[in-house]
Ligand binder design. Structure first.
Ligand code: UT7
Length: 317
């Protein structure tokens, strides 16, 4: 059986950055509140032309460029997003067109909010390890700024836009070692983003932040134990934690649980905010390009989001 191995990564961030000071001028908030409660100083906000599909295509082009394959070698395209600019053609079909892939390979979007990238990576892994395909392009792309009520200080300061992509390839080498996914219907409506077509008056992200925070810390703590047990590894084996970037205090709590110093945690939240399904592939690409993460090292990725959905994955890079 072949393993699913990270072959290349890429990412895209919108040109415009919005600082906490910019928000202070428009909202009843402060740089100090946002930074101390969340770890965020600024976030990238997409301009009109920087749609979710545009950013997905840019990140995908870079990931293919960084890999040892050509676009036409790709057998499957998956885009994790909760902010598509079209329901169909899917974001994945837009990427297929942008990469000029002439074969009618399967391409579809994955909807699992902030956990979307971990979900899409797990799907890709199943396709590869079953021997169905050799190369999968997995993308997380989000325009969170278009899903926000910019007068709601409890949500609009938290999110940002961007995209990250990974080419996963079948290989004899070690790759994804274990993966675990979960979902449980959000009975309490803690985190939601209604469809504009059916609920136009409340078609923005709504969140009961404090309750989501507590749930995220507990659940993420359990899921990292579960995924490590699945691959018979110890906390001390992990070289890098690449967490979903929702709040620096959640990230610190998970690092503490893993006995990992923050120097072994990839943190991008300060200048990107929470980019939902794009946050892990953005952090992964950033740390690979900065040569912080080296081949052979053990990575733990984990995420928690709307649904509620959550998951974690151990990867030998
Ligand atoms: O990615 C998907 C998963 N999402 C998450 O995991 C996010 C989880 N939640 C969080 O990150 C945090 O709960 C928040 C950052 C959203 C909020 O931080 P908190 O420490 O839980 O604050 P809080 O909601 O308990 O609010 C504390 C106070 C409130 O005022 P009162 O009632 O104490 O007077 C809020 O009205 O802070 C107020 N507040 C703000 N003040 C200034 C809320 N938002 C702001 C703001 N600026 N932007």
């Amino acid at each position: 059986m072949k393993n699913a191995v990270i072959n290349g990564t890429g990412s895209y961030l919108p040109e415009r950055s919005v600082t906490n000071q910019d928000l202070e001028a428009k909202l009843d908030t402060s740089h100090e509140w946002i930074l101390t409660r969340t770890g965020i100083s600024s976030r990238h906000v997409a301009s009109e032309h920087e749609t979710t599909s545009f950013m997905a295509c840019k990140a995908a082009e870079k990931a293919v460029e960084a890999s040892d394959i050509e676009a036409n070698d790709i057998d499957l395209i998956l885009v994790a997003t909760c902010t598509p600019n079209h329901f169909f053609p899917s974001m994945a079909c837009h990427v297929q067109k942008a990469l000029k892939i002439s074969k009618p390979i399967p391409a579809f979007d994955v909807s699992a909010a902030c956990s979307g990238f971990v979900y899409a990576m797990d799907i890709a892994r199943q396709y590869i390890t079953s021997g169905t395909v050799k190369h999968v392009l997995v993308i997380g792309s989000e325009s969170m700024s278009r899903a926000l009520d910019w007068s709601d200080r409890s949500t609009c300061v938290l999110f940002g836009d961007g995209a990250g992509a990974v080419v996963l390839s079948a290989s004899e080498k070690s790759g994804i070692l274990a993966s675990t996914l979960h979902a449980l219907h959000d009975e309490e409506a803690l985190l939601s983003y209604p469809n504009y077509a059916t609920e136009p008056h409340k078609a923005f992200i709504g969140m009961r932040g404090n309750e989501v925070f507590k749930l995220a810390v507990n659940i993420m703590g359990d899921v990292v134990d579960e995924v490590l047990q699945d691959c018979h590894l110890q906390k001390s084996d992990i070289n890098w934690l690449i967490p979903h970037q929702a709040n620096i205090r959640i990230i610190q709590a998970i690092a503490k649980k893993l006995n990992l110093p923050m120097s072994q945690v990839i943190v991008t939240i300060e200048n990107q905010g929470n980019t939902s399904a794009a946050s892990i592939p953005l952090a992964l690409d950033y740390s690979i390009r900065e040569q912080r993460i080296k081949r052979g090292e053990l990575l733990l990725i984990e995420s928690f989001g709307g649904g509620m959905t959550w998951g974690a994955m151990v990867i030998r890079y």
